[in-house]
Ligand binder design. Sequence first.
Ligand code: MLT
Length: 258
Amino acid sequence: MKQFSYKNTQIAYTDQGKGSTIFLLHGFLENLSMWHVIAPHLAKKNRVVCVDLLGHGQSSCLGYVHTMEDQADMIHALMSHLRLRKISLVGHSMGGYIALAFAELYPDHVRKLVLINSSARPDSAERQLNRDRAIKAVKQNSDLFIQLAVSNLFMPERLKKHQVAVNQLIKDAKKTPTQGVIAALEGMKIRPDREVLLHFGPYPKLLIAGEHDTIIPISEVKSQVETTDTKLVILECGHMATIEAEQDVIEKLTAFFK
Ligand code: MLT
């Protein structure tokens, strides 16, 4: 694990392999260890940087709201620190929102873009209300909130099959500081619409979606990539394609980065 100092906070990251660089961005309540199987596969032919996002894993909090742009600025600073000019980004869920914010802020630095179980659309009014409810729940009992939130990410009938991974996710998620959890919820709540990037982003774009994803419904994903040149791959899984359909995700990413 490496450390990078950013605006007086510590950012943890890993750096492996050689070649054109891919940044892997985890989702809400996750940390860079979620890529422990996928990263070495990609690192056979690429340099792969996995980052603990602000307020997650071993990276500190920067404030009480971590906007997607704050996170993207941190990724840009890390990219510059590593003396890289262009990177590919792969983001899972919130990591995808951040990859899109990076692509909007720093289009010249993007080589390829992959969203996994993610969306370019903003929160609906209902979803924003749910964020506020979630913030209340976290303040009341963070562990209980995390337990429920993580279990909801999987297809219910697959929960048993992935019990070990689910338990590990819950264990890791419980280490996320309450400030980090709330700052991420506040940040996701106010993220803008970035659908235009799926239409006009001048780099190859791939969206990997879960047929049974309850957080990012498949109908919403289909309608946003329609009439764009973004490639859509739909897998038989819920919100955690990286665990539920790990081998498929590895195959699709390997092919995309060939
Ligand atoms: C995530 O997995 O990063 C979040 O569930 C995404 C979200 O809540 O919108």
